[in-house]
Design a protein. Structure first.
Length: 274
């Protein structure tokens, strides 16, 4: 494994890679995403333990998405159980240890956010149920919700960057969890510029998708059916994001042991790496 240096604009290339993959294979990727959503939804329905299990499994699932996209690049159609490849017996224990650390870190950050901003749940209730007494109260609730979500995103970002590459490192290279986290931290923080553009690009795609969908439904007089159109749009958006994990990981790490750019299956965005 070798660290790579990506330029800042490579972050947009990673985003574009995910969008292009969804455009090319929408059924395959939306099927994988639907399978994942269904499984995680079943876990979340379990009281107390459900969210913990989801946080425990997310790192392994992200490695599964990288493997699924790798198979797609080789002309194969990955079956749904490809998402669980990182939980095979040879890698299961370190992957679950990584997942446990991920769950603890996430819970600690969200706990800190709750101490700093305890009003998120109430703001969410007022916005969703339209329970505000007047327009001023409704606006205040919406602003409180925005602030709370931005605060949590800011606090979670270092945790996400720390764990970003670690599952794939464990799957491809083996070794200890500590070594995988160290390599992931180096790869992420060495490419902060690219990750900043990557994050902003996804925010832009989300806003553009919402604007286009909302405007189209309003013009067609179908605003009351927004939920039915929003669900497949959200499924494809999520599939594109998870598909882009392959490009983001391979844009920062080279697992081939060869000079950068020599692998035929390297993602297109790697061409912008130095």
């Amino acid at each position: 494994m070798r660290l790579k240096q990506a330029n800042a604009l490579a972050g947009w290339g990673w985003t574009r890679d995910g969008l292009l993959l969804v455009k090319q294979q929408p059924l395959t990727l939306s099927g994988l995403m639907g399978f994942m959503f269904f499984g995680l939804g079943l876990l979340l329905s379990l009281p107390w333990i459900g969210p913990v299990l989801v946080a425990l499994l997310l790192p392994a699932l992200s490695a599964g998405w990288v493997e699924a996209v790798e198979q797609m690049r080789q002309g194969k159609r990955p079956p749904p159980w490809t998402l669980g490849v990182a939980l095979a017996p040879a890698r299961r224990m370190p992957m679950l240890q990584l997942g446990a650390l991920h769950a603890v870190a996430g819970a600690a950050v969200l706990g800190l956010a709750e101490l700093l901003d305890p009003g998120l749940i109430e703001a969410w209730r007022l916005v969703v149920t339209d329970g505000a007494a007047d327009d001023a109260s409704r606006l205040a609730a919406f602003e409180a919700l925005q602030y709370g979500m931005l605060l949590r995103l800011a606090l979670l970002t270092p945790v996400m960057l720390l764990f970003w590459h670690a599952p794939v490192i464990l799957l491809r290279e083996g070794g200890s969890v500590a070594k995988a986290l160290f390599g992931s931290a180096l790869a992420s923080f060495r490419n902060l510029g690219a990750f900043t553009v990557y994050g902003l690009a996804w925010v832009g795609v989300d806003l553009a998708l919402s604007a286009v969908l909302g405007t189209t439904l309003a013009l067609l007089g179908l605003a009351q059916f927004a939920f039915f159109f929003a669900m497949p749009a959200a499924l494809l958006f999520s599939a594109a994001f998870y598909a882009s994990l392959h490009a983001s990981v391979h844009g920062c790490l080279d697992f081939s042991g060869e000079p950068a750019g020599t692998r035929e299956d390297a993602p297109p965005t790697d061409t912008g790496s130095a």
